[in-house]
Design a protein around this ligand. Structure first.
Ligand code: IMP
Length: 402
């Protein structure tokens, strides 16, 4: 099997989990390289529904090594809970099948508090993600490595709690003391230390087999290439896979996951949004509620211009289309094929994500198929109009859909 990376081509929640689950049968190493417990990947085990947040989905299969790279941020208390929950449903979670970089930054409770106090504009997931990456770039972050020496960690926690308290006071939020922040950390560190690995890069390079990289969130939430500032704080895009693990590997399969319509959670520009009964229907049909926060997702038509932008950023050589059946009830289906600014077409060369709010989407309208296609397992079983919808996307993107 060639090395593979799976990345969301929109604003996250494209259905990456399902594709990764299917692919993971064929890989023995699965790697997370960015984000943290802002991600949510729903899995059904027997009659139990379980949501993975930080641990790669290979943990559900025997014989798979799951690696968490340096640019993933870890909330130690939530992480330990995730491990224990998996163990409680009978799954093995040990250093045999899970390894974490010693350079992962930790989300401690003052960072959760800070996110709650400052994340409203972006409507973050409230999991402390932004403040954790902020501390990382401020060079005051606390890392998995620090769990190995709790005494020294406490000194750092004291400094950071005190400085964060200034900000919390400014935001009229309740402040924390060091003891509160340290609560549970000793137990969490004991639980996490066995998984910490000093050199994730060499672990990856030393593996004689194919690798599956699992992107979280999506291209338009990328801190550099997304709809800044309404983005997450890491790089879900392809470059993030290398900085987020410390090594370059040749990723022969670069799979973009494209949902047949668009969703986004939280604030920020969304040109094809349907804040009306169409959007409501898509939300209901697609079960579009956040796996991490339960928030209803904003819904709208597929934006092919944005899909093209994602393809270029990530060098996708395969596109997987998901959730086509959510469009089953639509009489007509729209696709954004270009943007206009002051009545003039925005050429792709002139497009800037910074102006996305000023652009007006221009749509192609196609007839719906008005049939339940949820059981169709092959393209040939789809109604003609569904095949036409797929054909239109393929022609536009110049890529065969999987
Ligand atoms: P944060 O990552 O919690 O800081 O949130 C920043 C933005 O990214 C918010 O708009 C979130 O709703 C969005 N976001 C973060 N993680 C996900 C995800 O897994 N799916 C969809 N949106 C996400």
């Amino acid at each position: 099997m060639p090395n593979t990376i799976v990345i969301g081509a929109q604003w996250g929640d494209e259905g990456k989990g399902k594709i990764i689950d299917t692919l993971s049968e064929r890989y023995n190493v699965i790697i997370r390289y960015q984000g943290g417990c802002n991600a949510g990947h729903t899995v059904i085990i027997g009659d139990k529904k379980y949501i993975l947040h930080s641990i790669p989905s290979g943990i559900l299969r025997q014989g798979v090594l799951n690696i968490i790279g340096n640019n993933v941020v870890i909330d130690p208390l939530k992480f330990l809970k995730e491990i224990n929950d998996l163990r409680n449903v009978g799954l093995e979670v040990s250093p045999e099948n899970l390894r974490i970089s010693d350079k992962c930054h930790l989300t401690l409770s003052y960072l959760n508090k800070l996110d709650e106090a400052t994340g409203k504009k972006v409507e973050t997931t409230g999991r402390g993600i932004g403040p954790t990456y902020t501390d990382k770039t401020k060079r005051i972050g606390i890392r998995t490595f620090d769990l190995l020496d709790l005494k020294r960690l406490e000194g750092k926690v004291r400094e950071n709690t005190e400085s964060t308290n200034y900000m919390l006071k400014y935001c009229n939020a309740t402040v924390l003391n060091v003891d509160e922040v340290m609560e549970g950390l000793s137990e969490a560190s004991e639980g996490i230390i066995p998984f910490i690995h000093p050199n994730i890069g060499s672990l990856i390079l030393g593996y004689d087999g194919s690798l599956l990289y699992e992107g979280a969130q999506g291209t338009l939430l990328d801190i550099d290439h997304g709809t800044y500032p309404y983005v997450t704080s890491s790089n879900p895009t392809i470059g993030g896979a290398f900085t987020g693990t410390g090594v370059y590997v040749n990723l022969e399969n670069r799979i973009g996951i494209l949902k047949a319509y668009t969703t986004r959670v939280g604030n920020g520009p969304f040109p094809t949004e349907q804040d009306n009964e169409i959007g409501e229907r898509l939300r209901k049909m697609g079960g579009e509620f956040g796996a991490t926060t339960g928030r209803p997702r904003r819904c709208g038509w597929l934006d092919l211009f944005i899909a093209k932008y994602s393809i270029i950023i990530n060098g996708f050589n395969q596109i997987a289309l998901t959730k086509l059946d959510v469009l089953d009830q639509e009489d007509t289906i729209k696709l954004c094929i270009k943007y206009e600014l002051n009545g003039r077409e925005v050429r792709f060369e002139d497009f800037t994500i910074n102006r996305i709010e000023e652009y007006t989407p221009v749509y192609k309208e196609l007839p719906g198929w008005k049939k339940n296609i949820s059981e169709a397992r092959k393209i040939g079983y789809l109604p003609e109009n569904a095949r036409k919808y797929i054909g239109f996307i393929e022609d536009y993107l110049g890529s065969k859909l999987q």
